[in-house]
Structure formats: structure tokens, C-alpha cells
Design a protein around this ligand. Structure first.
Ligand code: NAP
Ligand code: HSE
Length: 473
């Protein structure tokens, strides 16, 4: 290969310092010595979109740094796309970019492939083809793992290959490695997190700038946070897929992500962010896994969290996860959960681990999506408990409040506070927002009461019911 890693590595080092004179002769000698005895692992990328382009940047611009960690040079051999004419905003050395997947499949020297195609098909077929062709795979595709993890991991095991997937949850946050390795002395008791960058970005824009939902979503798409079809970002599905992966790692449960109760940003309005703020809370899309004596509670829902708590202060496309282990106590992970370079950081770390042989050890030890059964049962959502924020638009008339509080009382729901806002002068007909915070209740009771209240003639159809958490843990 004519292209020289020396130039890539050395020029990057020069550019990263104010002047190359600051690099000591000793450093240059070490670098030259290091690289001259190093072997190469040939790697490829399938999918040069937001993440794939970031991965190529790291491989090409920081070869020296990666080589030091891998103990070998990661040599980018090929990158495949669908459309060769698209502008990639990156200068790739000649001969790398192709629209021919077989040039990777048939090249026996390519050992590790970053699989960065989204969605289910052709992503699933491509991953199977890569495994069959003898490649170790690194992926960021959580939808694919949540849907077809069992088939893909079985196939990888049967073929003696590995799948690494750090970037599939939490973008740049090393949450997969932490849960699967660093908590191994613990029984994990709970996980609670913000797992979708797009929806957190939208909520932050609405909350902080009063931005319109559609405008905020468009910005998130332009910034490369959203999926090709952003529906799953905003309806809680993407977070549920990530929660299914984390729950599998943390509790051994093989839960189908579709069985996880989820609701998304459609469940509240801009006004609710304001009312929540008046009460001292922020609204965040929270994924929860809580181990209880009778089973495991899993759900994704917009939740009020008291201001000042770590999860409440997570802004923009950042993600965060609080993990509670029985020995270690609680731990908080925070970082960019979406976007080109944070995600590429996790993908390339996996490529390094795979090239260095570390993935092989953890992959075999973890036995993910294997026949090993967990004894933990998934609890029906109706059995979960919590505090609730309820917001109704009600007729500003005598007796309405007592009808509503009567319904809540009949469902054994105790009220913690009620706020009724004054109607605006020109409001016709006179419907006013009524915000109720409850004490602890079951989801079953809260849902039934909410439905009953919604049917009252004095209450408009638009009712909001959100979970509330004080601690954010
Ligand atoms: P993207 O920008 O839509 O890029 C997808 C790439 O896949 C495109 O380059 C596309 O080629 C290529 N592709 C599609 N079908 C192909 C095929 N049959 N053969 C070869 N290439 C094909 O997606 P992304 O945002 O980079 O996301 C990639 C994956 O990472 C997804 O699973 C996503 O969920 C996950 N992820 C993304 C982020 C993020 O912040 N974006 C963060 C974490 C995880 P063309 O460009 O020619 O169309
Ligand atoms: N679309 C995803 C998000 C990318 O916004 O979080 C990271 O998985």
C-alpha cells in the first residue's frame, strides 16, 4: 500500500501541536520505533453517513493514537455506501470508497468491519454476510440488535466471530462496557436514563428557547442526531430498544423491546414544560429499569424530575444513565448520546478492542442473547407505581373541581397539590388548565382515573398524565 501511515500519524501529531518543534526527538523516535514493528489489522466501514464518516476521520487522522491502544495499526481498506455521488464531506484516499459490498466480503485480509447502516433491512442481511465472510463486526445499530440480537449473536458464536456494540446505547458514553464488566461484582438494582439524544435535544429547545416542536426536530435532524426516520426517536421506541439492550446486560432478561411500555413526546405540550417548571420540575424522556421483589419494572415515558437532580439537568443531545448496584451504590454516567464524533468515538474504541483481541474474551464470557434464561419476570406496566402529574382543561364552573377530586378519591389516589390557572381574558369557551400532583399510586389506578376524568362533559379531551420522580436516581 503506497499510502503511508507514517505521514498520517506524523502529520496529525504535528498539526495537533502549536508547532512541530515542540515534539521531542524522543517522541518521534518512539513513534517511529512503535510503528515500524507494528502489524496491521485491515478494517472496513459499511455505511458512510453521519457515524461512518466520523469513524473514517478518526482512523485516518489519528492512526498513531489508535495504534498505540490497539498495539497494531488499524488500516482503513474500504468504505461502502449506496450512492457514490453523494458528497461525504471527507477526503478519502483513492480506492477506499465503493458501492460494492463484495469488495469487503471477498477480501480475506479485512478482519474488522464497522457496520453503520441503520434500520432492519438490509442491515440484518449485511451483518449476516459479514459474519459469514469471517469478519468481526462493530455496530451502532440498536434497532437491529433489539430486534434480531438472538439470531445475530447465535450466528456470530457459531462462526467464531464477535459483535461489539458500545455505540448502540448512549452514543459516546461507555455504558455497555461499564454495565457488562465494571458492575460485575454487583446485583444491579436499577437503571434510569435519558437514552435518546434527539428527543432530549427537542425538549431542551422547547424548554429553554420556547422553540416549536417541528423546528426543534428539524434542527436535530440537521445536526445528525436523528434516525433516518425520526419517528422512533420521538415516540420512545429508540429509548425502549436501548433499554432492552441494557436490561439484558444488567439483569439477563431477554425482553422484546416491543413489550416495554413506552410513550414519547406526544404525551405532553409546551405548556406542561411551563407548569412543571412552576412546580420545580423539568420533563425528560426517562427509560427506567427497576428491580423489585416481585419482578422487573421496565418503561419509557416523559417524566417530571425535580430541578437540580442530575438527570433533570441533562441538556441538548446529551444522554445520561444512573445505575445503582448493591455494592457500589449509585453511579452517574453523562455524555453526548448522539452525533458524529461522540458515536464514532465508541465505534472506534470497539474496533481497537476487537483488533487487540479484547472483544473476543468479553463476547464469549457474556453469552449475550444465548439460551441462558433469567429468573427475573417482567412486571405488567399496570402494576408499577409512582407519583403522577395530571393536567386537564376544565370548564371554569362551580362543582367541576369536586367531580375530579371525587374520581381520584374513588381510585384511592391522594392529591399532593392542585393549581388552577386564571383564564385569559379572551379565552372562549372558558376552559382553564388544572394541574394536579398526586401522591404514590398504581399505574392502573392513575390510568383509570384519568380516563374517567377525560369523559366528564366539563373536561376537554386533551388530558396529560406523566410520571413524577423526586430523586432522578
Ligand atoms: P446515516 O447518516 O443515515 O448513514 C447510513 C449510511 O448507510 C449511509 O451512508 C448509507 O449510504 C449507508 N447505507 C445504507 N444502505 C446501505 C447499503 N445497502 N450498503 C452500503 N451502505 C448503505 O445513519 P447514521 O446516523 O450514520 O447511523 C448509522 C447507525 O448508527 C444507525 O443504526 C444509527 O441508529 C446508529 N447511531 C447513530 C447515531 C447518530 O448520532 N447519528 C448515534 C448512535 C447510533 P448513502 O450515504 O449512500 O445513502
Ligand atoms: N437517534 C439516536 C438518538 C442516535 O437521537 O439518540 C443515538 O442512538
Amino acid at each position: 500500500m503506497a499510502r503511508s501511515i507514517w505521514f498520517t500519524c506524523l502529520s496529525t501529531r504535528f498539526a495537533s501541536r502549536a508547532t512541530w518543534f515542540t515534539i521531542s526527538l524522543l517522541e518521534i523516535r518512539n513513534l517511529v520505533g512503535l510503528l515500524s514493528v507494528m502489524e496491521k489489522t485491515r478494517v472496513a466501514i459499511v455505511g458512510m453517513g453521519t457515524v461512518g464518516t466520523g469513524v473514517a476521520r478518526l482512523l485516518l487522522d489519528h492512526g498513531d493514537r489508535l495504534a498505540r491502544h490497539a498495539g497494531r495499526i488499524l488500516w482503513l481498506e474500504k468504505a461502502t455506501v449506496r450512492d457514490l455521488k453523494k458528497d461525504r464531506n471527507i477526503n478519502l484516499p483513492a480506492g477506499i470508497l465503493t458501492d460494492d459490498l463484495s469488495s469487503i466480503l471477498n477480501d480475506r485480509e479485512i478482519e474488522v468491519v464497522a457496520h453503520l447502516v441503520g434500520g432492519l433491512e438490509p442491515a440484518r442481511t449485511i451483518m449476516l454476510q459479514l459474519l459469514e465472510a469471517g469478519k468481526d463486526v462493530v455496530t451502532a445499530n440498536k434497532a437491529l440488535l433489539a430486534e434480531h440480537g438472538e439470531e445475530l449473536f447465535d450466528r456470530a458464536r457459531a462462526l467464531g466471530r464477535t459483535i461489539a456494540f458500545e455505540a448502540s446505547v448512549g452514543g459516546g458514553i461507555p455504558i455497555i462496557a461499564n454495565i457488562s464488566q465494571c458492575f460485575s461484582a454487583n446485583q444491579i438494582l436499577s437503571l434510569r436514563g435519558i437514552l435518546n439524544g434527539t428527543s432530549n435535544y427537542i425538549i431542551s429547545q422547547m424548554d429553554e428557547q420556547g422553540a416549536d416542536y417541528a423546528v426543534a426536530l428539524k434542527l436535530a435532524q440537521e445536526l445528525g442526531y436523528a434516525e433516518a426516520d425520526p419517528t422512533m426517536d420521538v415516540d420512545g421506541s429508540d429509548a425502549a430498544q436501548k433499554l432492552a439492550i441494557l436490561a439484558h446486560l444488567a439483569f439477563g432478561v431477554r425482553v422484546r423491546w416491543r413489550d416495554i411500555y413506552r410513550c414519547g413526546l406526544e404525551a405532553f405540550q409546551l405548556a406542561d414544560l411551563k407548569y412543571a417548571s412552576e412546580l420545580g420540575y423539568r420533563i425528560k424522556l426517562i427509560a427506567t429499569a427497576q428491580l423489585r421483589s416481585d419482578g422487573l419494572e421496565l418503561h419509557v415515558s416523559p417524566t417530571l424530575i425535580r430541578k437540580g437532580r442530575p438527570l433533570a439537568e441533562v441538556r441538548g443531545a446529551y444522554n445520561a444513565v444512573t445505575v445503582v448496584g448493591d455494592a457500589v451504590g449509585d453511579m452517574f454516567f453523562h455524555g453526548q448520546g448522539a452525533g458524529q464524533m461522540p458515536t464514532a468515538s465508541a465505534v472506534v474504541a470497539d474496533m481497537i478492542d476487537t483488533a487487540a483481541g479484547r472483544t473476543d474474551i468479553t463476547f464469549r464470557r457474556l453469552e449475550l442473547w444465548s439460551d441462558r434464561e433469567s429468573k427475573i419476570e417482567l412486571l405488567p406496566y399496570a402494576q408499577t407505581t409512582g407519583r403522577y402529574y395530571m393536567r386537564f382543561f376544565v370548564a371554569d364552573e362551580p362543582g367541576v373541581l369536586s367531580q375530579i377530586t371525587g374520581i381520584l378519591g374513588r381510585h384511592q389516589i391522594s392529591i399532593a397539590s392542585i393549581i388552577q390557572h386564571e383564564p385569559t381574558i379572551d379565552q372562549q369557551p372558558r376552559k382553564v388548565p388544572l394541574v394536579i400532583m398526586t401522591h404514590e399510586a398504581t399505574e392502573k389506578a392513575a390510568a383509570a382515573a384519568n380516563d374517567e376524568i377525560r369523559k366528564l362533559p366539563s373536561v376537554s379531551n386533551e388530558c396529560v398524565k406523566l410520571r413524577v420522580t423526586e430523586g432522578g436516581k
